[in-house]
Design a protein around this ligand. Structure first.
Ligand code: NCD
Length: 314
């Protein structure tokens, strides 16, 4: 695949998207995440793979878990972390993003973690970077590759053989970069079926994600599934408001305990957060025994350590 994230020797230089990324790259990062996680929990090991390196968080959209997870991951590997303050920066005085990048690269920054509301911003910066690695922490509705990787790891931990699994993603898929990265990583790892379910207005265009069967009934979509990925209604990305009330939405597309019983017994429940309880997920499911939400958060750190180590080593 020719993509800015892969160099001429086939090495991963940036992480912009999981679409089209070879399975060996994906499995390699997941295996490395498991090694780092096990070493840390056994001995508190913090391999200083990024000692003397500088990682810059460049977040142009709000974030709690992703930004802090990247920061903890980078620090656990010994890196210096700079949380760039956008509101107090020259970008708010009209400086282009490319100039901001060049300025920080001149200060020897080694990696930039980029979140931006516009699709393609991390890729644009990757084309412009001289030496630094660019890591996409979410661009518009396009991609959120580290979330895709941590979701895949959370599922793989329970089901090492992914090939026979059925997974459903339910909610506002149209506006979700998480859904797109999840589909790409799960299909690349060989998951048999990734179903998509949501109101017609919140489904992606028919030309997108064609390998995934679509459902407008959540009761049908959830039948026989091993993992259920719930998504938030991303109102900040909707052009028009949602037709109908939140309680109507919950009736049709919310995950409650009764609906969960239609899935396979012990099916995993995932949500990238932030959760809106009572809108897409009932509190008793969010806090119930099948919820993997906090396991996802915990896996975020070793996954991001593995990505940083892969991109910055060597
Ligand atoms: C998501 C995001 O920002 O893409 N959250 C996250 O990173 N864990 C999903 C969302 O905002 O709904």
């Amino acid at each position: 695949m020719s993509h800015v994230q892969i160099d001429a020797d086939g090495r991963l230089r940036h992480l912009i998207t999981l679409e089209g990324l070879e399975r060996s790259h994906i499995s390699g990062m997941l295996d490395r995440a498991v090694e780092l996680r096990e070493a840390f929990s056994a001995t508190g090991s913090r391999p200083q793979l990024l000692a003397a390196r500088t990682v810059v968080n460049l977040f142009f959209e709000p974030s709690t878990r992703t930004r802090s997870s990247f920061e903890l991951a980078a620090r656990r590997l010994g890196a210096n972390v700079l949380n760039f303050d956008i509101s107090g920066s020259s970008t708010s005085k009209g400086e282009s993003l490319e100039d901001t990048l060049a300025t920080l690269e001149a200060m020897q920054a080694d990696a930039f973690i980029v979140r931006h509301k516009e699709n393609g911003t991390p890729e644009r910066l990757a084309r412009h970077a001289q030496r630094a690695a660019i890591l996409n922490a979410g661009d518009g509705n396009n991609a959120h590759p580290t979330q895709g990787l941590l979701d895949a790891l959370t599922i793989r931990d329970r089901h090492p053989d992914l090939a026979s699994l059925k997974v459903v993603i339910c909610g506002d898929i149209r506006h979700s970069r998480v859904a797109r990265s999840d589909v790409h990583v799960l299909k690349s790892l060989g998951v048999a079926e990734v179903r998509l379910c949501g109101p017609a207005a919140l489904m992606p265009d028919a030309s997108e994600l064609q390998a995934c069967p679509r459902f407008d009934s959540f009761d049908e979509a959830i039948e026989g599934c091993d993992a259920i990925i719930m998504l938030r209604l991303q109102k900040e990305r909707m052009v028009a408001g949602l037709a109908g009330s939140e309680s109507e939405y919950f009736q049709r597309f919310g995950l409650n305990a009764a609906r969960l019983r239609r899935a396979n017994s012990e099916a995993m429940v995932l949500h990238p957060g932030p959760m809106n309880r009572g809108v897409e997920i009932a509190p008793e499911v969010a806090d119930g025994p099948q919820s993997c939400v906090l396991r996802q958060v915990a896996n975020g750190i070793p996954v991001r350590m593995a990505v940083l180590a892969t991109l910055l080593e060597g």
